[in-house]
Design a protein. Structure first.
Length: 313
């Protein structure tokens, strides 16, 4: 095991929470956070990276100024535009270091895979379909929180996320839930972003979302077309012992799948009312998913990366 693992993340609070939850006597995780609080400096960074290529070295040096990274360290890069733009410079600065680039989103033109391939030792993805399509390592999603669930009756289901083509199907699902007098807390985040921060303007704080989830019967997880990897919503549900309504057909392949507590939608326009009613009347037994959680922890995810690197030395 490597004593120092540097996590180049996207600045997302969720990743920071996962890193904070990590507890190991042998491995120290060092987060490299690209977030800059000053709006003017953020705008300056955006302009310089986009239009002044030699400024990229300056930004890499800025982010790493407090760290002593050496060839025995390991770098894990979470896919994001900022690190994709700086990856070549990072590789040039550390030509012998091991870099693992992990896609925790579906691979798209916004973050092309050729950059990750050219400057990383390993390219991995949370999505089995992308793993097969691009011939890269399959490294599934993780979660970190295990908190006592509040199983209150008829508190309905919850979905918070961007549209990404899901709004119409979510509205149709709401109609089905209303037929059974089940509430649906559906919050679709606006795609409009601040010019300065490049962040969505109406994002719900994760701690607020978590409280809503804890007081819900379950999670709605409608994935994007073509996605087969587990989303964070599904893992939140099994860690917090909640029911799941999903259109991700690949969920059947996972060890925690049970059709009593996970309702799989094949066609939103043709939901079987009898089976849906049976599902809605079920209650997930206390600690039902506990046996499977070890396979999806953040600590286990780190250990899988360490094994990947060790086995290919």
């Amino acid at each position: 095991m490597r004593s120092e693992i540097y996590i180049f993340h996207s600045g997302d609070n969720l990743i920071r929470k996962a890193i904070d939850s990590f507890n190991s006597k042998t491995t120290n995780l060092v987060p490299i956070n690209p977030h800059i609080s000053n709006k003017i400096i953020r705008l300056f960074r955006r302009i310089t990276i986009d239009y002044i290529p030699f400024s990229k070295k300056m930004w890499v040096n800025y982010y790493l100024r407090k760290h002593k990274i050496d060839d025995n360290s390991l770098i894990i890069v979470f896919d994001s535009i900022i690190w994709s733009n700086l990856l070549k410079v990072i590789r040039n600065k550390f030509p012998n270091i091991i870099i693992v680039y992990w896609y925790w989103n579906i691979i798209s033109d916004k973050n092309p895979i050729n950059i990750a391939r050219n400057y990383s030792n390993f390219v991995a993805t949370f999505d089995k379909g992308d793993s097969q399509k691009y011939n890269i390592v399959m490294l599934g999603q993780f979660y970190w929180l295990q908190k006592k669930s509040i199983n209150m009756q008829n508190n309905g289901f919850i979905f918070i996320g961007q549209d990404k083509g899901r709004k119409v199907d979510l509205e149709k699902l709401n109609m089905y839930l209303e037929m059974f007098n089940i509430s649906f807390n559906c919050h679709i985040i606006s795609p409009n972003k601040s010019i300065l921060t490049r962040k969505n303007k109406d994002v719900v704080d994760y701690d607020i979302y978590l409280e809503r989830l804890l007081n819900s019967e379950g999670v709605v997880d409608f994935v994007q077309r073509g996605q087969t990897g587990l989303s964070l919503r599904t893992l939140e549900a099994i860690f917090l012992n909640k029911k799941i309504i999903t259109n991700n057909q690949a969920v059947k392949e996972y060890n925690f799948y049970n059709d009593k507590y996970i309702y799989l939608i094949n066609d939103i326009d043709h939901i079987d009312e009898a089976s849906f009613s049976r599902f809605l009347n079920e209650t997930v037994p206390e600690k039902f998913y506990e046996l499977y959680l070890k396979d999806y922890t953040f600590k286990g995810w780190i250990r899988k990366i360490e094994s990947l690197v060790k086995n290919n030395d």
